[in-house]
Structure formats: C-alpha cells, structure tokens
Design a protein around this ligand. Structure first.
Ligand SMILES: Nc1ncnc2c1ncn2[C@@H]1O[C@H](COP(=O)(O)OP(=O)(O)OP(=O)(O)O)[C@@H](O)[C@H]1O
Length: 343
C-alpha cells in the first residue's frame, strides 16, 4: 500500500521547513511564504477592484486591534512595494470605554510612530456629549452595540470630513463578512444582503466611501500574521457584551469552518452571486439631510440623532428628578444620577 510522504519542506518554496498550516487552504508553508501569499492576496484584491488611485489620501479606521493593525502594516508594506502613491492616515474613534478603548488608543499612538502615519482621534464625548460608559450606565448592556455602531459610523465619517478625506478603509475580514451575509440572510434583509459583500460601499447616508481590503483574509491568518510579525496590537475584547445575533452567526461560521475550512470563503462567494430583484432595489432609501444635525441621512432624522434624542431625554429626566433644576448640571451631578439609574 502506498504511503503518503511526510511534508518536511514548505509546499510553496520546497526549501524551508514549514512553520504553519495555512487555515485558508491547509497548505504547510514557511513563514516567508506565508507573508508573501498573505500580502499578495491583499494586493490582488486592491488591484483587481481598482481600490486606490495615485495621489489619494485614505484614512485607516484604527482601533488598535489585530485587524486594523495588520491592515495598517500591510497597506504600508504594499504602498512602498508597489508604489501605489497613496497617503494613509490613521483615524481612531474614542468611544469612552474605560479599560478598553483608552488602552487600545495607546497602542494606536505607538502605531502612529511605527508606521510613520499621522493620527486623528475623534471622541463620542466631543461629538455627542456622551461616552459609551455613560450610555451603558443609562440603557444597560443590552443593545449597547446598536448605539456604539451608529455613533462610530458617523464619528468615522466626521473624522474623515475633518481631514478632508473621502475614502475610509476598515479591517473587516472574511469571517466578519461571512457572519454579515448569514445575518442578513437569516433576517431576510435582502437589500443589505445585496450590498454587504461589496468591497466598496458608498451609502446614501454618508459622504465617505468605505472599503474592506481584508475582505478575503481569514481571521486566523490575520492573527498568525500579527503574531509572527510581532505587531504591536491590543488584544482585549470590548468590556460590554457583544451583539447577541452576531455572536450566534459567528459561532455558526466558526463551527462550519472547523469541519470545512473553505466554508468562510464559500459563503462570501455565494453572497457575491446574489442579485437583487428590481422591486427590492426600488425600496432602497433616498439621500437627504437630517433635520436636526444637517448630516446626510436616509430618513428625516438620522439614526444618531434619534438615539441621542432618547439619551438626552433620559439625562434631562434624571437631572429634574434628582437635582434642584440647575441651568447647567455639572458633569459630576450627571454621573451621580446615571449611577443611580437602573432600567
Ligand atoms: N474605535 C475605532 N476607531 C477606528 N476604527 C474602528 C474603531 N472600531 C472599529 N474600527 C474599524 O472597524 C473595523 C471593524 O471593527 P470591529 O470592532 O467590528 O472588529 P475587530 O475585529 O475588533 O477589529 P480590530 O481587530 O481592528 O479591532 C476595525 O478593523 C477598524 O478598521
């Protein structure tokens, strides 16, 4: 009976000893072939979609986590290697989450020097006069991701506008995309299902185009890349509970990946083939401006203003209930009131 020979050399260069089994393909390869194939795949994604143009200024949504840190590192490497002629800037949002974002922003401050990129930080405190810590103290942990997601999206837009930038890249990876496809499928959200696989999205409610250069990169490979390259990133999870539905979709994708590694890429390729029927396309929202903040919106009031309206009403109620109606309640008074509040 024929025996399968043990692979003792990298299956790509047939020279070096293998250092890892590639999660995406199962190939046993050496470190330098892994770097090469990982970076080349991102480059091919960029070139095949004409993602950047020479002279363009692009913001990298930098959270200090593994995905956006690998994104910044790889984009810097490719920009130099292939002379894209792009100027990259790091853009961070400080959501005001003690013990999480304050620490991860310190990482981004170091990345700024390591990658020789300018850094702009915008905060929920400055933009909305709320921090996520205060929001969670007011509404509880349930649904807090909805608030954070809406505010972050607009904060990144506003940061880009401040920098005079109209293109934002984020570290969303293949696992994130497969989860989103599954979530939209399970919710029957056909219009989002149609758009969520696109590498570039330019919504009616945003002046900034967004793109995902890592859309075909497996999360496991991003972690391996960051680990082998010893990149400086922040690995703690957000202290507030994750969105339950996404968490479940994530578990399904991880389970599928365990028995069929190509499942992630297969889900993305399937999602890319979905074509919206005309009647569904007609339901797409039209662009307008928010009557409250004047920002682009697909509704009369933008989502951020709707959420802020509820939060500010809660704050006003707490102050009226607990303080002798000062003109300007002190921050300390608001914090004390928020601490007493439970829903
Ligand atoms: N506070 C933030 N400031 C700037 N960009 C952010 C911030 N939070 C998220 N992003 C951007 O959105 C992407 C997806 O964020 P998300 O929190 O869903 O994923 P993640 O897997 O934790 O990403 P990362 O590993 O980069 O933190 C990030 O890779 C980053 O580009």
């Amino acid at each position: 009976m024929a025996t399968v020979p043990l692979v003792r050399v990298c299956e790509r260069c047939l020279n070096e000893p293998p250092a890892l089994r590639r999660p995406k393909t199962g190939e046993k390869i050496c470190k330098s072939c892994f770097y090469d194939v990982f970076e080349t795949e991102v480059h091919e994604t960029i070139v095949s979609t004409n993602l950047f143009h020479r002279g363009e200024k692009v913001a990298i949504g930098a959270s200090g986590g593994k995905d956006s840190t690998v994104l910044a590192h790889v984009l810097k490497t490719l920009n130099e290697r292939y002379d894209y002629g792009v100027e990259f800037v790091l853009l961070s949002v400080d959501e005001g989450i003690t013990g999480y974002r304050d620490d991860s922003l310190e990482t981004v401050e170091r990345n700024k020097d390591q990658y020789e990129m300018n850094l702009e930080i915008v905060s929920y405190r400055d933009l909305y006069n709320w921090t996520m810590d205060e929001i969670v103290a007011t509404i509880g942990k349930k649904n807090n991701c909805t608030y954070c997601g809406v505010f972050r999206r607009q904060a990144l837009d506003r940061g880009c506008v401040k920098l005079g930038i109209s293109h934002l890249v984020t570290g969303h990876n293949a696992d994130d995309m497969a989860e989103t496809i599954l979530m939209n499928l399970l919710r029957g959200d056909t219009s989002r299902l149609d758009r969520c696989t696109e590498i570039v999205t330019a919504g009616t409610d945003s002046p900034v185009k967004r793109s995902k250069p890592l859309k075909y990169c497996y999360e496991k490979e991003i972690v391996l890349y960051a680990h082998f390259k010893q990149l400086d990133y922040f690995s703690t999870e957000c202290t507030y509970s994750p969105e339950a539905f996404r968490g479940t979709a994530r578990a399904i994708i991880k389970n599928l990946e365990a028995i069929r590694p190509s499942a992630i890429i297969d889900v993305i390729h399937s999602g890319e083939q979905f074509v919206l029927q005309k009647k569904t396309k007609n339901r797409m929202p039209k662009a307008r401006t928010c009557t409250q903040c004047g920002y682009l919106s697909s509704n009369e009031t933008c989502k951020a203003c709707v959420l802020l309206g509820g939060l500010n009403a809660s704050r006003a109620k707490i102050v009226l209930d607990t303080e002798p109606a000062p003109d300007q309640p002190s921050a300390a008074a608001i914090s004390r009131s928020l601490e007493r509040l439970s829903f």
